[in-house]
Design a protein around this ligand. Structure first.
Ligand SMILES: C[S@@+](CC[C@H](N)C(=O)[O-])C[C@H]1O[C@@H](n2cnc3c(N)ncnc32)[C@H](O)[C@@H]1O
Length: 282
């Protein structure tokens, strides 16, 4: 916190001397947003957009702070955020924010499908490889996909994945050769995707016979039938929306549970994990 306070002072000093200095404005907006000073953060994002109307991440964050509707996060924004985050991702998430979703997914899978040992597992949005740490001993091969080169670099050093691909998830699924995965996992990634219609259709096409999809979402408490962009810049998905889009794409739910995902400031973020299989064709 001291470092962030000091950083904030430095950015303010720079902006006093050079009011249009975009990196300082952007960093100050991020720190202000992190402290939940919503009005000031929004004004800073607006200032950035006055100077550079094409600034993708400022436009997205301004929308998030203004309650605007969006259907997707911009790819360049996600890549930038996680490239920046990669060096301290595990320390921040697991040590400070209580993130243990990969273990919860593993226990949930083992509870509902005991003795299942998928041959090939696809980890969509693999990040630094925390899912690989849990699932790699269960299968013969693990493939990881992520848009952030720095997150993938950390995953690479763990030596758990047989192949790692730097790609946007939907693009990767589009180019994926054939149906071969016995299990597709996506841990804490759908909140960054927004609309899930495409995802659920495409994952079906890469699944081997008898395969499953195991994923998490951040819950939206109401019965809204669309993804909701939150002030955090992540999307929340209601149970009703997940049921609707998975049903339309041809999925059948095996099990679902609700849990605390991780802390944000002092509160736990509520989420759900789902285990699904293709609906049997009658
Ligand atoms: C919160 S991290 C979760 C990482 C990992 N699954 C875990 O449980 O630790 C979200 C990851 O999803 C990736 N990601 C988000 N949207 C993506 C997209 N559209 N295509 C590829 N990767 C994406 C990010 O780069 C990031 O590494």
């Amino acid at each position: 916190i001291d470092d962030e306070h000091r950083a904030e002072e430095i950015y303010r000093d720079i902006i006093r001397l050079a009011p249009d200095h975009l990196p300082s404005l952007n960093n100050l907006a991020y720190l202000t947003h992190k402290k939940a000073e919503i009005k000031s953060a929004r004004q800073l994002y607006e200032k950035i957009l006055e100077i550079d109307p094409g600034h993708v991440s400022a436009d997205f964050m301004r929308a998030a702070l203004s309650g605007e509707t969006r259907t997707h996060s911009p790819d360049s924004y996600i890549e930038e955020v996680f490239d920046e985050f990669a060096g301290h991702y595990e320390q921040s998430l697991t040590a400070k924010l209580g993130y243990d979703l990969p273990s919860s997914l593993y226990d949930f899978y083992a509870q509902h499908l005991p003795d299942h040992k998928p041959e090939h597992v696809l980890d969509l949005g693999c990040g630094t490889g925390l899912v690989g740490e849990k699932f790699s001993t269960l299968c013969r091969s693990m493939t990881g996909v992520d848009i952030s080169g720095n997150m993938l670099e950390a995953a690479h050093h763990k030596n758990l994945y047989n192949s790692l691909h730097k790609a946007e998830i939907i693009d990767y699924l589009d180019k994926c050769p054939g149906a071969s995965y016995g299990l597709v996992i996506s841990a804490d990634v759908l909140p960054y995707l927004g609309s899930l219609e495409e995802l659920f259709k495409k994952v079906l096409s890469v699944l081997a016979d008898g395969g499953h999809f195991l994923f998490s979402v951040e819950d939206h408490p109401d019965d809204v039938l669309n993804p909701v962009l939150q002030q955090s810049g992540r999307f929340a998905h209601s149970k009703k929306y997940v049921r609707k889009v998975t049903g339309q794409a041809g999925w059948q739910m095996i099990a679902m549970t609700t849990l605390d995902l991780r802390k944000e400031r002092n509160d736990w973020i509520q989420g759900s994990i789902y285990l699904m299989c293709p609906h049997p064709v009658s």
